[in-house]
Design a protein around this ligand. Sequence first.
Ligand code: GCB
Length: 651
Amino acid sequence: MGARRAGAWTALGPLLWGCALALRGGMLYPREGPSRERKDLDGLWSFRADLSDSRRLGFEQQWYRRPLRESGPTLDMPVPSSFNDVGQDAQLRNFVGWVWYEREAVLPQRWTQDLGTRVVLRIGSAHYYAIVWVNGVHVAEHEGGHLPFEADISKLVQSGPLSSCRITVAINNTLTPHTLPPGTILYKTDTSKYPKGYFVQDINFDFFNYAGLHRSVILYTTPTTYIDDITVITGVDQDIGLVNYQILTQGSEHVRLEVRLLDAEGREVARGTGGQGQLQVPAAHLWWPYLMHEHPAYLYSLEVSMTAQMDAGPVSDFYALPVGIRTVAVTESQFLINGKPFYFHGVNKHEDADVRGKGFDWPLLVKDFNLLRWLGANAFRTSHYPYAEEVMQLCDRQGVVVIDECPGVGIVLPQSFGNASLQHHLRVMEELVRRDKNHPAVVMWSVANEPSSFLKPAGYYLKTVIAHTKALDPTRPVTYVTNSNYAADLGAPYVDVICVNSYYSWYHDYGHLEVVQLQLRTQFESWYRTYQKPIIQSEYGAETIAGFHEDPPLMFSEEYQKSLLEQYHLVLDQKRKEYVVGELIWNFADFMTNQSPQRALGNKKGIFTRQRQPKSAAFLLRDRYWKLANETRYHRSVAKSQCLGNSPFTL
Ligand code: GCB
C-alpha cells in the first residue's frame, strides 16, 4: 500500500497561509465576550412577496425607503424559516421572484453612542440573492444561500439620535444557469396552454428550492479595532500537538496580540504572542471521531486577546475559538484521521423539515444528532450545500465527521460550465473555506454533486475548482461526488478520494435485487483500477413509503429498502478490506422535492420519515453501524447503550 498522498495535509507551517483568500474580511462566528455583544433578531418579521408581473414593483416603489406596511399589506413571517410552507397560499409556496422582509431592531444606547463600537449586521443564510438596507440605506448584497454575509452598519446607527434601526432584506430565489445551484426559468409562450407571461423555474436537483431567511439574523459588536479572522491548522509530532495560528486584525497597524490555549478544564497549556506562530502541547489530547476513541471530540480553547493604544485611549478585543488537534491524510487505499484508518459509516442529510422547510431549528438539530448517535453513524455529508454553523459546532463537540459540500449540485447544462459560473463557484468555495476552516469535524471538502462530468468543459472546470480549494486549504482532501458508474469521468483525476453514487436495482434494473452485487463489484473494481484512490460509496438507497410492506420485497416497501441495503452491504464488506473507505446512506430522512410523477410528496429514500420516525431499514443500519464501530481496532468496544440518543448532552 503506497502513501503517495499521505502527509500532504500534515506538512504544517505558517508559510501555508501565503495563499490568502481573495475575499475581504473574516467571518468569525459571532460570540459574546468581554468586548463583544450579540443580539439575535429571530422572531416575526414583516413580509411581502412582490406579486407584480415584473416582480420589480418593490424596487420601482422603493419599498425599503419606508416601513413595509406603508407600501401595502404585510404578513407575519417567522425567521429563521423558509417562507414556502408556513402559509395556506399555493401562490406563495411556489413563488419565484423577490420577497421582502423587514424588522425594526432596538439597539442598546452604547451601540448607538459609543463611536469606539463597531456594529455589524450578519445574515446567516438568505436564499438565494439578497439585498439589504438599514434605515433605507443600501448596506449589503450577497449571492448564494447557505453561507453568511455581513455589513458594518456602525455609521448608520451612530449618525443620529435614533435608538432603533429598520432592517429591510429583499430576497430573490430565482436560479439561473450561472447560480449555484443552477436552474433555468422556462417561459411558456403558447397562449393556448398558458396565460400571458407564464414561466416556471426548472431545476436539475432533487430537493425543493426553499427560500427565505433560513438562519438567524444577528447584530453584534466589536471594538473598532478588532480581531477579524483566526486560522488554525493543527498537527501532531510524536505526542506533541501543534497548533499553528494566524490572526488578522482590522482598525490599526499597531496591535498587541496574545494567545493562550486552554484545555477542556480551563487550564493553560500553551501561550504565545503575535499574529502568527505555533503552540506546542505536550501529551496533547487529540480530537477523535466519537466511535474511535474513549475520549472523543476533545476541544481546546484558543483565547486571543488584542490590545491597541488608540488616540481615544486603549482598546481591547477578545475571541475564544474552539480548537481540535487532529490530522487528516489519505493514502492509495485509506482515509486516515490522526494516522489511523477511518471508515465513514454514516448518512447524507438535508436541511429539511415540515413547516419550517430549510429554516434552522434547535429541537430538530438535537433530534437529528440523537438519531445519528442511536444509529451509530460516525459521519455525514452536507448534501448538497453548507449547513448552519451551529450544526458544524455540534459536530466538533460530538465527534461527528463531516464531508463539507458546497451548493454545486445540478450542474448539468453546458452554459453552467462557463467562466461566469466558474468564477462564482470559486468564490463560493472561498466563502465556505473561510467559514468552516477551523472545524476539526470537517475532514474533506466536496466541490460538487454529480456534475455532468463527461461534458468537455467539465474537466477544466472541476480541475480549476479543486485546485483552488486545495490552494485555499492544503490541509484537507478535496473531492466531488460523481454518479458515473464506470470511471469515465473527466474530473476524477483531480480528486483525492473518489465519491461515487449509485442506485443499482432502483434507477437501473429496478426490481432486480439479484444484480446489485455484481454491478456494485464492477463499479468499485473499475474505479479502483483506473485511479488507485480510496473510494466512498457516497449514496445508495431506495424509495420507501413508511408502512408499505411486501414480502417477497417489492419496490417502495420497507422490505425492499432493507433487502437492497443488505445487497450493498455484502459487497461493501468485501471491498472495505481493500480500498473502500466509507458508505453513506441516501438519505437520513425523507425530504421535500419539486412535484413530479416520480416523487410522492418528496423523496422517500430516508431511513427515517420526514418526522424522524424509523423505517425498518433504520434498525438494519443501526445493527450494521454498531458492528462496524466495534470492529474498529483503535477504540475500545462501545455498547450501543452508551451512546443512546436519549442520553442528555449539554449544548
Ligand atoms: C442522487 C442525488 C440526490 C438525489 C438522489 C435520488 O444521485 O445526488 O440529490 O436525491 O440521487 O434519490 O435520486
